[in-house]
Design a binder for this molecule. Structure first.
Ligand code: BG6
Ligand code: MG
Length: 214
């Protein structure tokens, strides 16, 4: 029986995954190549530095640690510009309804985001109060697909992993949830998130009654 729902943030609660994509694409353009939406799938869910390593691998480039730090800082400044301009209504439709149903069923709600900007995004949307526990990129050592972030979330929520369901839009996130021994709802396309227990196009399209069958 599911006791807790753990949500990723970027691409699950709000379309900040698109802002990450725009910022990485701009950096790739500066480096002289195009970042396609297909290649971008590999960047979802992983830390900022891991994303940059993947970007350089895609472009067939090598850079020093100092150059990488400068590039990551530049990308983050662009991303922060996007999220500072974000409005509360950019939260995906159906999210607050879903939270209300989860609460009504007596389950807990957690947030598990690899982002170090999660606090800013939650503040902009005014939704931090919905979560019983928040784990972000500043609190973990190993990035998704390592299960650390979800195991830490479960322990903060006081629930065992087998009683948790994770909502994830990233391949790395789905893998992390499965490695944590949790159920997983993939948000996006089946071709990319086939390892999830169910896949829906948008978080708001998830049928709450499906949780009771897990
Ligand atoms: C994840 C995103 O939520 O956070 C990744 O899916 C992003 O695309 C990662 O790279 C780290 O985010 P930030 O804000 O710390 O650079
Ligand atoms: Mg995500």
């Amino acid at each position: 029986m599911i006791q807790a729902c753990i949500f990723d943030l970027d691409g699950v609660i709000v379309d900040t995954a698109h802002y990450h994509f725009l910022a990485w694409r701009r950096l790739a353009a500066e480096l002289g190549f195009e970042l396609t939406p297909e290649a971008n799938e590999r960047l979802k869910g992983v830390s900022r530095m891991r994303s940059l390593e993947i970007i350089l691998e895609i472009g067939g480039l090598q850079r020093s640690r100092e150059e990488m730090d400068a590039m990551a800082t530049r990308k983050n400044a662009w991303f922060v510009e996007y999220i500072e301009a974000m409005q509360a209504h950019e939260i995906f439709p159906g999210i607050t309804d879903l939270f209300a149903k989860i609460r009504q069923a007596g389950m807990k709600i957690g947030l598990a985001s690899s982002s170090k900007n999660a606090d800013t995004v939650l503040r902009k949307l005014g939704i931090a109060h919905h979560f019983d526990a928040i784990v972000d990129g500043t609190m973990i050592i190993h990035t998704k697909p390592d299960p650390e972030i979800f195991l830490l979330s479960a322990s903060k929520l006081g629930v065992v992993p087998a009683q948790c369901v994770v909502f994830e839009d990233a391949q790395a996130g789905v893998e992390a949830a499965k490695r944590a021994g949790m159920r997983c709802v993939g948000i996006g396309k089946k071709e990319q998130l086939g390892a999830a227990d169910i896949v829906v196009a948008q978080t708001g399209a998830f049928d709450f009654s499906a949780l009771l069958k897990f």
